[in-house]
Design a protein around this ligand. Structure first.
Ligand SMILES: Nc1ncnc2c1ncn2[C@@H]1O[C@H](COP(=O)(O)OP(=O)(O)O)[C@@H](O)[C@H]1O
Ligand SMILES: Cc1cn([C@H]2C[C@H](O)[C@@H](COP(=O)(O)OP(=O)(O)O)O2)c(=O)[nH]c1=O
Length: 203
């Protein structure tokens, strides 16, 4: 049987990494193997690692300026690499996959940067085609009304939050989507997610 695909989304500083660290511990006892991947990942020797560095430090690659749409196209390239090389083979072998981010981030961060909307949607469409029959079994949108430990301008951060919430509503008609509050302790948020995952695994 194929593994199930899970992911967590949300703007920077909402608590994804912290929650995932707790989920890794909690899900060890579950039947079926879980693999946790940051999407697209930044393991040395991968396209994802190079694109992560280009995103955060373009000057290191002697890139003086870069259009925002081309930046998102690089993200999509790294996603395609991870999907084809790692994720789909793992799902086919029966491993459950839990991703830190999904193409939702491409749409949300691209839109926030003001990129050409039809161009962005078309890039993401290529990625959706490559996911093929693998629909997410459960998408988690982690939610707060403010980021933690980040200097981001609050109004920009709230726009990202709203964009994620709208996307969650839109995507919820295609596969299960849950908005989980992180306005509580990390352990409480993680245990709410474990309950949702257990319910999904029982199906
Ligand atoms: N529920 C929570 N309550 C208090 N602090 C939290 C909570 N969740 C995460 N944090 C803290 O918030 C900061 C950002 O969390 P992080 O997991 O790195 O977010 P993300 O991966 O979404 O950017 C970290 O300092 C983390 O310790
Ligand atoms: C996945 C993805 C992330 N991003 C953004 C979100 C984050 O601001 C940034 C890197 O995200 P992330 O992978 O969470 O790494 P880190 O928290 O270590 O910086 O890239 C995009 O712009 N497009 C995408 O497709």
């Amino acid at each position: 049987m194929y593994g199930k695909l899970f992911f967590i989304e949300g703007p920077d500083g909402v608590g994804k990494t912290t929650t995932i660290d707790l989920l890794k511990v909690a899900l060890v006892q579950r039947s079926g193997r879980f693999e946790f991947l940051s999407f697209p990942g930044k393991a040395e020797g991968t396209l994802g690692a190079v694109i992560y560095r280009i995103h955060h430090d373009p000057a290191a690659f002697r890139i003086a300026t870069m259009s925002e749409l081309s930046k998102q196209a690089l993200h999509v390239a790294a996603h395609l690499d991870a999907i084809e090389r790692l994720i789909v083979p793992a799902l086919k072998s029966g491993t459950h996959i839990f991703l830190d981010r999904f193409w939702w981030s491409t749409l949300v961060y691209g839109a926030a940067a003001g990129v050409h909307q039809a161009g962005l949607r078309t890039l993401v469409e290529a990625e959706r085609l490559v996911w093929d029959k693998f629909q997410p079994a459960l998408a988690i949108l982690l939610d707060r009304d403010q980021p933690i430990d980040r200097d981001d301008e609050i109004s920009s951060w709230l726009k990202l939050r709203d964009a994620y919430r709208s996307l969650a509503l839109e995507e919820g008609s295609h596969y299960p989507v849950e908005i989980v509050s992180n306005m509580r302790t990390p352990v409480e948020a993680a245990s709410a997610i474990v309950t949702l995952i257990d319910r999904t695994l029982e199906k």
